[in-house]
Every structure is written in structure tokens, then in C-alpha cells.
Design a protein around this ligand. Sequence first.
Ligand code: G6P
Ligand code: MG
Length: 220
Amino acid sequence: VLKGVIFDLDGVITDTAEFHFRAWQDLGEKIAIPFDREFNEKLKGISRMDSLERILEHGGKNNAYTIEEKEALAKEKNDDYVELIKEITPADILPGVKKFLDDCLAAGLKLGLASASKNGPAILENLGLTDYFEIVVDPASLANGKPDPEIFLKGAEMLGLTPAECVGVEDAEAGVESINGAGMFSVGVGTADSMKEADMFVENTADLDLEAIIKAHSGK
Ligand code: G6P
Ligand code: MG
């Protein structure tokens, strides 16, 4: 029986996936590693330092920087990103998400957040959604980021539920892999191609339908 829903944040609750993309793309241009949206799919859900490593690898520059220089690059990206998210208001909640969260609470489900972002709590605050979530997994507490299942396992544990009693909602390939690895039912938001590993998917957050999810979850 479904008892909890564990959400990714960026690209599921609000469109910050686009801000991450812009901030990384700007940094990429500065260090002469241009990349497109297709490559960006491989960065979604990936922690800040791991994202930088993937970008450097993409440009064949893994060994071009010292740890200190890499930390400075990651900070530069985050400083840009923090500027972008300052402007976020409740109007930036993606279509249908508020209703979906309300439906979940009305159905007695517990809600958790499993975002790799250290900026997650500030974004929830700006969106006015902090009180919806019983727990927020602290990404700094994890040994392994997505696609490892740890973050969704920890989310379920913090809610006092088993993975089988939860569904996870994700827009990232690495995130779906993390949910599936946790033994949890995965709901994807994205294209049929990017969400091909998800147990079910919708193209748009407006199509998130609790009835349909409860039904699909019970059938698994
Ligand atoms: C999310 C996003 C990633 C981002 C990561 C870390 O998973 O999908 O694009 O790199 O969080 O975010 P942070 O705000 O801590 O740099
Ligand atoms: Mg995401």
C-alpha cells in the first residue's frame, strides 16, 4: 500500500533544472568546454562536484585543474546559480504540482524531498512549500549521490516507511536509476526516451495523477 511520496526538486517541483543548465553552460564556455542539452541530461541529478568532473571529462580536461581550482570553478557556478534562484516565488511551482501535493496530503501520504541540491531548502522556502515535506534528506549526509540508491533509501527510512511503501518522482536519468535501485516504484517526468527506465512516466508535471500512480503502484 502506498504510504509516501519522495520527490526530486529540480525539474520536478520547479524549473531550476534550466538554471543549473544555464549556470554550468556559462562556466563551460569560460573554460572552453561547450555542451548542449543532450549532454546536460547526464548532469541532471548529479551533485555539484560530480557534475564538474563530468564536464571536465567531456572536454578531455580531467587532469587540467588542481582540487583547489576545481573547488573555485564549482563555487563560481554555484554563485551564479544562487543569483538565479533568489528570484524564485510560489508562481514558479511547475504546473499541477501544488494540486498533486495537496492530493497526496489529502490521501494521508507522507511527503519527503530527496534532492542532491544543497540549495534545496532555500528553494522550497522561496516556493512556499517547506511545510508540505515531513523530511528533507541532507545531501551532505550521503556517502554516494544519485544514481546510487542511498538518497531514496534514506528518504524512506526518515519517513519511517519501507521502499515498497513509497514512490519516487524524478526528471533525471540518474534519479530514476536511484529510485529503481532502492526497490521503489519510479515515476518519471520527461520524454519517453529519457524516462525509459521509469515504472511510469508523464511528459508534463500537469499530468501527475495520484489516482493513476496509486493504481500502477499497487499493480507492481
Ligand atoms: C540536483 C540537480 C543537479 C545539481 C545537484 C546539486 O540534483 O539536478 O543539476 O548539480 O542538484 O545541486 P547544488 O545546488 O548543490 O549545486
Ligand atoms: Mg531533477
